[in-house]
Every structure is written in structure tokens, then in C-alpha cells.
Design a binder for this molecule. Structure first.
Ligand code: AGP
Length: 614
């Protein structure tokens, strides 16, 4: 949840770290801090509650000309969002500075001996004790890398820890404990970086190394030494990442969310490229290690994810069942892991996670691994932890997504799941040529259809102006549109703080209908499909109770004109792929309403982009 950045080299570290923090702010924005070595090799530390701008105003003009240091942006777990709880944290002598992402579950037990020695902690965090412990080790003559290793070995929980010490300015030690808290090392020319995620490194280098759980990196400007859990030196490869640094900049857009909504034709184009083939029409998903025989042997698919990724999984379930004829079910990853699920080696587990670092999803994948399930993950982040656990990764190909609200990664994951369903269907002999042709042509048309959907923006903005003052919304859909009703409600509450509920429309009569009156508008997804007539009845039921209705309908469908209060007409699209266009129009609606209400669109309160705590 928190963002970490560190630099060691010859350039001004302060500015590099502050720029990195800006790129990481989407991960957490309760407070931020920086630790640098000043000219006397003493630690300069600045911390401020609130966003990075608060930190920048606080340190204005006082940054020392340091060439090494670390920074942190926080999403609070232990202790309120105050200056004192902001990272970096120091030992009592102020010689060791530590930043941390994750939770140290046994921090109280670790603190106790220091309290008994009469030492006082200045924060309520679980992090500060790490600095105390590392300083103790160093005091006893232990080297910094070994000290960090010894200390993380005493911790329970999952975390990423980065430490520096005045004894050796220019040296940074990073450790990854358990699944939470990724650590990536960036390699420059005579300089090295460390960060919690790739986005912070992209302006400087695309040559990176990811730490696995249990590994430690001892980082100096000219070299990095890696240790495994047992403390043995290990060799790790340097990978070159394909992401374009420009992609992580806001450009002409007011918000990252809007930029990312507008990038979706490209996301679709990248997602279909090389996968959806013609003459003959077929779909081939790259790098799947399963033989046709293994695929035919799968007797069940379980899809897991959280939030928007779970909604993508719900759409994916339809694709797996329709095209591959495998019984498929979807589970919320956080529920799945504690339910003692019935799994076996013939159950294919498909996880969806844009970050690839969501703790609930990682834990559910661990559960599946223990049961011997084959696993595929749908991910957007190269090298993320989910990609290391799964047998195969299908990338969302969305590029860096910075806004906290997921948009283009939803589109990337739905297309990846569509492709996967068709690919597995072909291998299982369950797919007929006509379905294959229709779906391939439908997918190849998606980039253009998304582009056309984006032309609805002025109309959506006009609706947003009229609907922004309502405090409650209902979203209804059936079939493939049901997960999109859930997604529409999630997106609206996330970015505009409006209370919104998503329901399968058939459920409405069983309770939610009691909520309907003129103060609660309904967004009804009523596309031309096999459940459209039922949706029309639901809309009539809302109207009969004086509810306002915004209907999302198919191209040229005028049957709800005069019944719904407002109609948004989507472009023509293959019906199986309609959730992609519905998602786009609802993203625009949430965005425009949030802007209308003056909400902080890219960094909504209480949220973080990557959820690495339970
Ligand atoms: C979506 O807008 C949210 N930010 C959130 O629900 C998100 O989808 C969820 O936290 C899962 O993240 P992941 O895809 O990185 O696993």
C-alpha cells in the first residue's frame, strides 16, 4: 500500500526521490518523508502528514546536496496519519533510517525489550522498532545487510523493508518478507534505484531486478549483491522492461483517470494484437504451458480477484463456460482462502490482479498452490508476485495505470479472459468455427468501438451535471451486464463518495426496490440481448415508483426513449464483448460526476492503488 523509493549514485538524490514519490503517491497519500545524507554524512530527515506537496513545502530550500537516500509515501495501518508516524523512522541515535511497506504483526513484542531498557518510541507505527533493532545489530558489529536480514527474520507478517545507515552513506539495503510489498531494483550507469514498484523507476531505467520473498539486496552505486533467505549470495538476472516512461505522465489530461479512460482503444489494440488471428479465425494466447491433453483434463475453473478485478473475473466466468464448456465459478479472493475450498489438480485457478501484489489474491493463490491446482494469472505488472506464483501469465497489456480507480486494466483483463476462454475452448474441441469467427471479428472491432464510446463524453458530462447532487444510486444489470452493474457502483462510490449499490436486476424485487423513490436514480444496463425484455420490465418497475432512470442501451435502440429519463446509446459491438463498452461509459459517468462534485479523482480518500494488507 505504501510507496518506497531509494537512490544511490552521483546525482542529486533529494530531487530524484521527490520525483519518485510523486509517481508513487497513488499507492498511499496519508503522509510522506525523505531521509538523505548531508555533507557531514549525518541523516537529514523530513516528514509531513498529507500529500507530497506538504512535504515539499516543508523542506523547501533545505535539501542537502546528497547523492543517496530513501523516501516513502504512506497508507496508514498502525497509527494515524501524522508527521510523527510518517516514514522514514530512525533509531534513538538517529543513525539508521528505515522505510517499510506492509505490516509487522509482532511489533509490540519486538518493542517490549526496548521499552524495558527505558528507550522511548516517537511514533505509533509498527515500523519504528525495525530501526531500533537494526541499530542494535550494527552496534554489536554486524554489517548492515546482515543486520537487516537478522531483523526481518524476527518479524512476523509480510513486508518490504529498506534501510540506510550513517556509517556507510551510499549503501542501501532492501529486504522482501513474504508476499506483500514488492521490491524492484533499478540499474543505471554508476547509479542504482530501489522502489516498491516499477512506475517510480521508469524515467531513469528500464533495467530492473525483482526481489523474491525472503531475498535481500545490498545496493551500492556500482553493484548490487543479493542474498537468499539463508543468507547465501545469489545471482539474479537484470530484466529489461518494455514500458514506455511517457505512459506514466498525465500529459494534456486533467487527471490520470481521464487519461487512462482515453487510452482504452490502445489497451484493446494491444490486447488483441497477436492473439486474435484471421484466416482461419482463431485465438492463440501466448506462453501457456498446458498441453491440449491437460486442458481437456481440467474439470472446473475457479476465478478469483478483488474489487474491479473480481468483476472482470465474473465476466470471464461467462467466457470460460460459453467457449470452453468448463464449469466455472468466481470467488472473492479474501473469502476463498478462509473457506477451506475444495480443490484438486484438475481445478484450473485463474486469478485476476492488475497490480499482481494484492495480498488477498496472493494468499488465495498460495492456497491453490498447496492443493496442486494449475494456475493462470491475468496481470498488468511485469514481474509482479502473482506472475511468479502462477504457472502462466496472460498480461493485460494496459501499460502503467496510475489513478487509484482501475479503468484500462479492467478492459485489458476482460479481453485477456475472452481470449483465454476462446483459446481453451479451441484446445478442448468445444468451439465451433462460427463462434470463433464472430468473436475474433468482434474483438478486432473493439478498439474502434471503444473510440466511438468515448465520443459520448460530452453527453455524459451533461448528465453528470444534472445527477451529481444525488446521494444514492442503484446500478442494475443481468447476465454479462450484472458484473458491470457492480463495477459501475464501485467506481461511482470510489471516486465521488456517492453511496451506490449494484444488483443483478432480478434481485431488485427481493428487497432493493424498497429504496426506490425520486431521490435514488437507477443506472440500468439494458442492451439488446437475451435478457433485454426482463430489463425493460425492471425499468418500468423503477419508473412506477417515481425513480429516475439512466438507461444504457445498444446502438439504434429507441425502445426505451420516453420511458427512461435519459438514454446512453453504445456503438454496435459483438454482444459477448458489450461489457467492455459498458465499462467505458460508466467510467466516464463516475469520472464526470466526481469532477462535478470537486472530488480528488486520482487519489480518493482512504484508498490505495495496491492493497498489500488484509
Ligand atoms: C478498482 O477501481 C479498485 N481500485 C480496486 O477495487 C482494485 O480493483 C482492487 O483493489 C484489486 O486490485 P488488483 O487488481 O491490483 O488486485
Amino acid at each position: 500500500m505504501c510507496g518506497i523509493i531509494g537512490y544511490t549514485g552521483q546525482r542529486p538524490a533529494g530531487q530524484i526521490i521527490l520525483d519518485g514519490l510523486r509517481r508513487l503517491e497513488y499507492r498511499g497519500y496519508d503522509s510522506a518523508g525523505i531521509a538523505l545524507f548531508d555533507a557531514n554524512h549525518e541523516l537529514y530527515v523530513a516528514r509531513a502528514a498529507g500529500k507530497i506537496d506538504n512535504l515539499i513545502s516543508k523542506i523547501e530550500g533545505s535539501l542537502p546536496p546528497a547523492v543517496s537516500g530513501i523516501g516513502h509515501t504512506r497508507w496508514a495501518t498502525h497509527g494515524a496519519a501524522t508527521d510523527l508516524n510518517a516514514h522514514p523512522h530512525l533509531d534513538p541515535a538517529g543513525r539508521v533510517a528505515v522505510v517499510h511497506n506492509g505490516i509487522i504483526e509482532n511489533f509490540e513484542a519486538l518493542r517490549r525489550p526496548f521499552v524495558e531498557r527505558g528507550l522511548a518510541f516517537s511514533s505509533d507505527t509498527d515500523t519504528e522498532v525495525l530501526a531500533f533493532l537494526i541499530a542494535d545489530e550494527i552496534q554489536a558489529g554486524v554489517d548492515l545487510a546482515r543486520a537487516v536480514q537478522n531483523v526481518v527474520a524476527q518479524t512476523q507478517g509480510a513486508a518490504a523493508v529498506v534501510a540506510i545507515c550513517c556509517d556507510e552513506p551510499g549503501r542501501i539495503v532492501a529486504a522482501r518478507v513474504g508476499n506483500a510489498g514488492g521490491i524492484v531494483i533499478g540499474h543505471g550507469d554508476g547509479e542504482r534505484f530501489v522502489a516498491s514498484d516499477l512506475a517510480a523507476l521508469l524515467p531513469h531505467t528500464r533495467r530492473v531486478t525483482f526481489l523474491e520473498p525472503g531475498e535481500v539486496a545490498d545496493i551500492r552505486p556500482d553493484e548490487v549483491t543479493y542474498y537468499d533467505t539463508a543468507g547465501h549470495v545469489i545471482a539474479k538476472p537484470v530484466e529489461t522492461q518494455p514500458w514506455d516512461p511517457v505512459a506514466a505522465v498525465k500529459g494534456r489530461y486533467k487527471h490520470f483517470m481521464l487519461k487512462e479512460i482515453h487510452e482504452q482503444p490502445d489497451t484493446a489494440l494491444d490486447s488483441v494484437r497477436g492473439r486474435y488471428l484471421t484466416a482461419p479465425h482463431r485465438v492463440e494466447v501466448e506462453d501457456l504451458p498446458f498441453t491440449a491433453e491437460q486442458v481437456r483434463d481440467f474439470n472446473r475453473v475457479v476465478l478469483i480477484g478483488m474489487g474491479t478485478s473480481m468483476h472482470a473475473a465474473m465476466v470471464g466466468r461467462h467466457y470460460l463456460e460459453r467457449y470452453a464448456r468448463i464449469p466455472a465459478e468466481v470467488d472473492n479472493a479474501a473469502e476463498f482462502r478462509y473457506r477451506s475450498p475444495v480443490l484438486d489438480p484438475r481445478t484450473l485457478v485463474i486469478s485476476v490482479a492488475q497490480s499482481g501484489e494484492t495480498i488477498d489474491t496472493l494468499a488465495a493463490m498460495d492456497e491453490a498452490r498447496r492443493a496442486g491446482c494449475p494456475q493462470i494469472t491475468i496481470c498488468n505488472t511485469p514481474g509482479a508476485q502473482t506472475t511468479r506464483i502462477a504457472d502462466a501469465t496472460v498480461y493485460m497489456r494496459a501499460g502503467p495505470e496510475i489513478a487509484v480507480a482501475s479503468t484500462k486494466t479492467l478492459v485489458g483483463s476482460m479481453i485477456a479472459l475472452h481470449a483465454l476462454g476462446l483459446h481453451l475452448g479451441r484446445l478442448r474441441g468445444a468451439l465451433d468455427a462460427e463462434t470463433s469467427r464472430r468473436q475474433v471479428e468482434g474483438a478486432l472491432h473493439l478498439p474502434a468501438a471503444i473510440g466511438e464510446t468515448l465520443l459520448l463524453e460530452p453527453r455524459v458530462a451533461e448528465l453528470a451535471a444534472r445527477y451529481a447532487a444525488y446521494e444514492d444510486f442503484l446500478f442494475l444489470g443481468r447476465g454479462l451486464s450484472y458484473p458491470m452493474a457492480l463495477e459501475g457502483a464501485l467506481k461511482l462510490k470510489e471516486v465521488s463518495y456517492i453511496h451506490a449499490e449494484g444488483y443483478a436486476a432480478g434481485e431488485m424485487k427481493h428487497g432493493p426496490i424498497a429504496l426506490i423513490d425520486e431521490r435514488m436514480p437507477t443506472v440500468a444496463i439494458a442492451l439488446r440481448d437475451e435478457v433485454r425484455d426482463k430489463m425493460r420490465s425492471n425499468i418500468e418497475q423503477v419508473k412506477a415508483r417515481r425513480g429516475r432512470v439512466i438507461a444504457i442501451v445498444s446502438a439504434d435502440d429507441v425502445s426505451l426513449d420516453g420511458i427512461a429519463d435519459d438514454v446512453l446509446r453504445l456503438p454496435e459491438v459483438e454482444p459477448d464483448l458489450s461489457p467492455v463498452l459498458t465499462a467505458v461509459v460508466m467510467q466516464l459517468l463516475s469520472y464526470e460526476i466526481a469532477v462535478e462534485r470537486g472530488a480528488d479523482v486520482d487519489q480518493p480518500r482512504n484508498l490505495a492503488k495496491t492493497v498489500t494488507v488484509e
